[in-house]
Design a protein around this ligand. Structure first.
Ligand code: NAP
Length: 488
């Protein structure tokens, strides 16, 4: 399969926070990959900005080191290693303080042309408002300007509204790109292609045929270097309100009239607004705990022995609309679980009647959508077990691993950040969250968190490397269902 690269016009991309973790791990390697794919036109420039005084050479050296550290495969081939110098020639650096006036004139001098200009806010959220205001007051905003805002987008509905208002004071909604990198994943877009590009699934995609849907985003790592931020947030704010909510929307939404930004986002918003409030007994919170021997539990990791921040949350969500009334959605996410695995399982109902008798067993179809690792889609179908011995039924996977089906391009789909940054340059907001979506998601999340605070809820401890607290299994068992295993 031949890779298709859609050309973009020359652009200026200013990465505020270019020396930080996200820029080094994701943004700069993603840009280099696009360069290698031939998608960075001559004249395109990436301008790093942060407070420290490192100069253009320092930034280019730091970028080369970041690519070697976080994308060693990118420079493993001779051709790409040689390409690195070409990529670095597109880079420049300006020392800028988001909270003061230092550096802004120099930045303006770096941006003489009126062309697509994107400002990536890869800094702490406390600086988003300062940056928006200073970009504006220093005359750096034009009709071709876009801003890219990282998560977290607020801590609750009130702060999200305030942030939306601050950004709206300086930019139109059409210029604001709120990143949720889950939306940039190849499989997430494939989910829409599978649903809306085939006649097979959509007639079955409702409560008449779907028993329930499971969405799991499991991480094997702990909080790492994000302890301070994470302890003030927890899994509900850090993962459920954004990543799992977005996946839920894409699974549950009605077909938009066109694959066009506002048409897609309108349908997603309707899903969030149709969500019932979560009942307290439909939610389980957990916190990973030390085994007392050789593992560090969450409380030790964040050096807060009494913290009640959850590192795991599982819940049952209901969508009150014609399509989904009666079909529950079970969502769970957690840290230090058995494996790193992000999977959606659409669990279809049993056949209404088995003509093969009780001994053949009951078999339901499952559509498994794997987001990471090994992106791909598998449909489990029931067939006859081969050989003698009567009609015994067995489930077999019809596997559509992208690596197998699409060759090299399937094996190495663009990283979410590559796709999303290029969408910003192209001016395509389909895979970015709109302000009202973010606020609606907080509106659903806030009462859950407020309920915990009011009740003084303490998360259930769970073993590192497990599937989470036992109460999450009970949540399913009460409904005569069970979670699919968490496997790499
Ligand atoms: P980080 O490692 O702490 O980096 C922060 C960056 O901001 C540094 O480059 C810092 O450089 C710069 N900075 C700080 N104060 C500044 C100021 N007053 N003016 C200009 N620059 C300033 O943070 P990060 O982990 O990269 O995260 C950046 C953003 O992405 C945050 O909003 C975070 O929530 C979000 N995010 C991060 C990840 C991740 O994996 N890291 C994932 C999802 C979302 P100087 O000190 O030199 O100024």
């Amino acid at each position: 399969m031949v890779s298709r690269v859609i050309p973009v016009d020359a652009f200026d991309l200013v990465v505020f926070g270019c020396t930080g973790d996200l820029a080094r791990r994701k943004i700069l390697p993603a840009l280099f990959r696009r360069y290698c794919a031939g998608q960075m036109p001559n004249g395109a420039r990436v301008i790093g900005a942060a407070r420290r005084d490192m100069g253009g050479d320092g930034f280019r050296q730091m970028t080369a080191e970041a690519i070697a550290e976080f994308g060693p495969e990118l420079v493993a081939s001779e051709a790409n290693a040689q390409a690195l110098d070409g990529f670095l020639a597109h880079l420049d650096y300006v020392a800028v303080d988001a909270r003061g006036d230092a550096g802004w004139q120099a930045l303006a001098a770096c941006l003489p042309e009126d062309r697509v200009r994107a400002f990536y806010f890869s800094v702490g959220p406390a600086l988003f408002g300062d940056l928006a205001q200073r970009i504006h007051s220093h005359g750096l905003a034009s009709a071709q300007t876009r801003i890219v805002v990282e998560k977290p987008f607020g801590q609750d509905l009130g702060t999200a509204r305030a942030l939306n208002a601050t950004l709206a004071a300086h930019f139109d909604e059409g210029q604001i790109y709120r990143i949720d990198h889950y939306l940039g994943k190849e499989t997430v877009q494939n989910l829409m292609a599978v649903r809306f590009g085939n006649v097979l699934f959509e007639p079955l995609w409702n409560s008449q045929y779907v028993d329930h849907i499971q969405i799991t985003v499991a991480e094997s790592v702990g909080v790492g270097g994000r302890a301070e931020y994470y302890d003030g947030a927890g899994a509900m704010r850090d993962m459920m309100q954004n990543h799992l909510m977005q996946l839920l929307c894409l699974i549950a939404m009605e077909p938009p009239a066109q694959f066009e930004p506002d048409a897609v986002r309108d349908e997603k918003l309707k899903v969030i607004r149709a969500l019932d409030p979560v009942e307290p007994h439909h939610i389980v919170r957990g916190q990973y705990a030390s085994n007392g021997v050789d593992q560090t539990g969450y409380r030790d990791e964040v050096r807060n022995p009494r913290t009640t921040t959850e590192t795991y949350v599982a819940l049952k969500a209901r969508i009150s609309n014609w399509r989904w009334s009666g079909t529950p959605f079970y969502l769970r996410t957690g840290k230090r679980l058995a494996a790193r695995s992000s999977v959606i399982n659409v669990m279809f109902k049993d056949a209404p009647h088995s003509i093969f008798g009780a001994e053949a067993g009951r078999h339901a179809n499952v559509l498994t959508i794997r987001l990471q690792p090994n992106e791909g889609i598998t449909l489990h179908v029931t067939i006859k077990e081969p050989g003698q011995g009567g009609m015994r039924l067995v489930d077999v996977p019809l596997d559509m691993s992208f690596a197998d089906a699409l060759g090299e391009e399937g094996e190495n789909p663009p990283d979410a950040y590559e796709r999303l940054i290029m969408d910003v340059i192209r001016g395509n907001q389909t895979l970015f969250m709109r302000g009202d979506e973010v606020e609606a998601a907080w509106g659903w999340t806030d009462p859950v968190i407020a309920g915990w605070q009011k009740r003084g809820d303490v998360p259930k401890p769970y073993d590192i490397g497990s599937a989470g607290p036992g109460d999450a299994d009970l949540l399913m068992r009460r409904d005569k269902r069970e979670w699919r295993g968490i496997r790499p």
